[in-house]
Design a protein around this ligand. Structure first.
Ligand SMILES: Nc1nc2c(ncn2[C@@H]2O[C@H](COP(=O)(O)OP(=O)(O)OP(=O)(O)O)[C@@H](O)[C@H]2O)c(=O)[nH]1
Ligand SMILES: [Mg+2]
Length: 309
């Protein structure tokens, strides 16, 4: 029996060939995907208790809402822990490394969603500060100050982070309904960000949000997502803008007007999350290879010890 009240989706007999293999849209498949995320553990050798997924992107793209939506799935009801909304400047002002609890088992999940201040036209994001986040130098709850970005001399700067503190996968959040009119300055900041991600071999996915605003048929019924030519086109455009394969672009619909969990939206959110975790494992694996080749990893009685310098 379902432990939550489910709204939709009402499957339509859509004869279009899907542009990507859709999920099974059943309660059973939903529970299976959810269990997979609950059971997720970072690869043992990495000695990391939780994978860190960084949410970055333009203000209002839906970063905090993505966290709230994922948190809601595991809480079994709509929650709104992170402030979200539309404002001329970023609603999120602090760096947060959110833990998520699975309400069924009472256990914390082995990944964290890291929420950041949004990119805006007016304030250029400080690339050093972003690098510090990626490398684990910035603590949870750090208050961003666009006028005075963090430096390695700041009192809160964490000097000796290890693999556990680093970001393991980056999810670039893009509002699918406004991607065509993304301001040039924001587009440039995203490109600059990608340069520093590529330097670190950090895996990237794009969460293309606000599907409901991109296609009316999807707003009516989210199970039309993979049959919608409009969504397919938007995914292609986002992939081209970000210079990433289409397979790295995940269409999602955050919970915003909903008062109950929606199984269809939940599928898309969890599917995107699963990809982030698979990529996070790839990154950790790559880091271990790097440490091996640099002779920075030693096997101890209790398992692997990783040291970074
Ligand atoms: N229709 C719709 N609205 C959404 C969706 N995701 C987010 N929103 C709305 O978009 C607005 C901005 O969402 P936030 O989650 O605050 O965006 P953010 O990226 O965290 O923004 P900053 O913290 O300001 O950088 C809010 O009003 C949300 O309710 C979505 O998938 N569909
Ligand atoms: Mg936010």
């Amino acid at each position: 029996m379902s432990v939550f009240v489910v709204e939709g989706p009402n499957r339509k007999n859509n004869s279009n060939k899907p542009w990507r293999e859709p999920p099974e849209w059943s309660d059973e498949a939903y529970s299976k995907l959810k269990k997979l995320l609950v059971d997720y553990k970072p690869m043992r050798e990495a000695n990391v208790s939780a994978a860190n997924i960084l949410l970055v992107g333009q203000i209002g793209a839906g970063k905090s809402s993505f966290f709230n939506s994922v948190n809601s799935i595991f809480r079994g009801k709509i929650t709104s822990k992170a402030s979200s909304g539309s404002f001329e400047h970023s609603v999120t002002t602090a760096f947060r490394k959110y833990k998520i609890k699975d309400f069924t088992s009472g256990k914390f999940l082995n990944f964290r969603l890291c929420d950041t201040r949004g990119f805006e036209d007016e304030f250029e994001i400080d690339l050093h500060e972003i690098s510090f986040i990626l490398d684990g130098n910035i603590p949870d709850q750090y208050q961003f100050n666009p006028m005075v970005p963090m430096t390695s001399d700041s009192p809160k700067f964490m000097k000796d982070p290890d693999l556990q503190d680093k970001i393991h996968c980056v999810a670039i959040v893009v509002d699918g309904s406004t991607v065509d009119v993304m301001p040039e300055k924001v587009r440039k900041q995203l490109k600059d960000l990608q340069v520093i991600l590529n330097l670190r071999n950090l895996p990237q996915v794009v969460l293309m949000t606000k599907l409901d605003k991109v296609c009316p048929e999807v707003e009516e019924d989210i199970s039309n997502t993979f049959a919608s030519a409009t969504i397919s086109k938007a995914v292609k455009t986002v992939g081209e803008i970000m210079g990433l394969p289409r397979g790295h672009v995940f269409p999602v619909k955050n919970f915003e007007k909903e008062t109950k969990l929606n199984i269809g939206a939940g599928f898309l959110l969890m599917d995107a999350l699963k990809q982030c975790l698979d990529f996070a494992d790839d990154f950790m694996d790559g880091q271990l290879d790097k440490m091996d080749s640099e002779g920075k990893r030693t096997r101890e009685k209790t398992g692997y010890m990783c040291t970074l310098s």
